[in-house]
Design a protein. Structure first.
Length: 481
């Protein structure tokens, strides 16, 4: 006899072919700690190390016995939180969140979300997206749920609340089996802190220990900044429960396969972070070495698009023997433009962010190394900068293949028609941008660069935005149970 509820069966018949298109996607940073009397302040420090993952808004929820308090706001952490604010957030456990908005309206939805029920509290924050968010939300609304935000985290909270099982752990396992996509999530109740990862491990999440306290966060660099010891990565499809008794683990699905997001290594993560035992700087440096092998060029100097092109430029220089120079300067007070919410803001941000060093590049044949080309906004501006500064030749080498496909797992990439590569190959892009040559690393070369790890094995990657090989289905999911 089937154990599916009438709601689930109805969902499958009505929504089986519903294609996801409108769920909010953004890159975020998560940090949570359990069992420390300065929990909120440590979350603040951890989020500061993760500021590259989100510069538009920040929030922290702290637990003081059974009382939950939240503070959040738009802007950088230093804009949102003051010493006075942090001093008021007292408690022994806390979770926090920083986000990049891909839509201006999303700045009104700042995580963590806090739900105060009659007999309990629940705080939730998430990195990534559900590919079946639209269908889940529609069905939940049919059955009486009222949404206050566009966050996928709120969908999860509603599913947990309405799942008729006896313990929170059981309800969470059932709920996570119904949301699909690429996500890492932190949840906090009066009884514990929970860290969970999607069944493909697309979005990163790691565990650490600080004295008797446990930490869960997006990247290892956040552990380093508070002096916490790295324990391990949360596994795909795993739920880790942290409470006063320690740490326990369970899997919410048997359908598990590691396919960590390649963009973490290409652009998103900090160079000093390790993801699945692979150091980000090392993978980018490897990409530069492979670029030099795939497409060497006779030039005077190598320069990099700061900052994510620097590691690859060092690798390219080591192989070719061409000296690496500081030919482009970055204004450190301008945020990351890749994921700015509009093309106009991206262009203005690039103009304010970068400037060429004329004395270094004038009259030179230059190899310009960049981490990736998405819309082409930054590269177009850099090419013009170098030409205006008197650069004789510009040979561009890129440490990622050309982007061809939309991301559905939490990276704010545009639709396919907005990519610079749309209906254009490397030769055509070089002509349009005034480059003397352009070569992007091969798909095999990128996989080789990232795949080197401590165990000497190639790790599973999601490169769907580059090759269209999505690690999950984008439709045809079962629904509410």
């Amino acid at each position: 006899m089937s154990n599916k509820t009438g709601i689930e069966s109805e969902y499958e018949s009505d929504y089986k072919n519903d294609f996801i298109s409108s769920s909010i996607t953004h890159e975020c940073g998560l940090f949570g700690i359990w069992g420390h009397n300065e929990a909120a302040r440590l979350v603040y420090y951890g989020l500061h190390a993760l500021q590259h993952r989100g510069q538009d808004a920040a929030g922290i929820v702290v637990k003081n016995n059974t009382d939950f308090s939240r503070y959040k706001g738009n802007g950088l952490l230093t804009d949102v939180f003051s010493n006075e604010t942090l001093s008021r957030l007292k408690g022994s456990a806390a979770i926090g969140h920083v986000l990049y908005a891909t839509d201006d309206k999303e700045n009104t939805t700042i995580q963590p979300l806090l739900f105060k029920f009659s007999k309990s509290n629940l705080a939730v924050c998430q990195n990534g997206s559900y590919v079946n968010a639209q269908s889940l939300r529609s069905k939940l609304e049919e059955y009486g749920s009222i949404f206050q935000s566009t966050c996928n985290s709120e969908i999860l909270a509603h599913i947990i609340r309405r799942t008729p099982l006896s313990t929170f752990a059981e309800r969470l396992k059932r709920s996570l089996s119904q949301v699909h996509g690429g996500f890492a999530v932190l949840l906090m109740t009066e009884d514990g802190l929970v860290a969970a990862r999607d069944s493909r491990g697309i979005r990163p999440l790691v565990l650490g220990k600080l004295g008797d306290s446990y930490v869960a966060c997006s990247e290892t660099c956040a552990l380093d900044v508070i002096g916490a010891e790295f324990i391990r990565d949360v596994e795909p499809g795993e739920i880790v429960i942290i409470n006063d008794d320690g740490l326990t683990s369970a899997f919410y699905t048997n359908d598990r396969e590691l396919r960590v997001c390649g963009m973490e290594y290409i652009y998103i993560a900090r160079p000093d972070s390790n993801i699945q035992a692979v150091n980000v700087h090392t993978s980018r440096k490897n990409a530069g070495r492979i670029l030099a092998r795939e497409s060497p060029i006779d030039a005077d100097i190598i320069i990099a698009s700061p900052d994510t092109g620097i590691s690859a430029a060092i690798g390219y220089s080591e192989v070719t023997g061409i000296p690496y120079e500081l030919g482009v300067i970055k204004n450190r007070y301008i945020g990351r433009t890749f994921i700015a919410p509009s093309q106009g803001l991206r262009e203005q941000g690039v103009k304010m962010k970068l400037s060429a060093v004329r004395s270094i590049v004038e009259g030179k044949s230059v190899v310009l190394i960049d981490d990736s080309i998405v819309r082409g906004t930054t590269m177009r501006h850099m090419t013009k900068l170098l030409k205006d500064a008197g650069t004789r030749e510009i040979h561009v080498r890129v440490a990622a293949p050309l982007f061809k496909y939309r991301c559905y797992y939490g990276i704010g990439l545009p639709t396919e028609s907005k990519f610079i590569s749309h209906k254009k190959d490397e030769k055509k892009i070089a002509e349009l941008m005034g480059m003397d040559s352009l070569h992007c690393i091969s798909h095999a070369g990128l996989a080789e660069a990232i795949g080197i790890c401590a165990e000497g094995q190639c790790r599973g990657l999601c490169l769907a935005c580059l090759n269209g090989n999505y690690p999950t289905h984008l439709q045809d999911y079962s629904g509410l149970q």
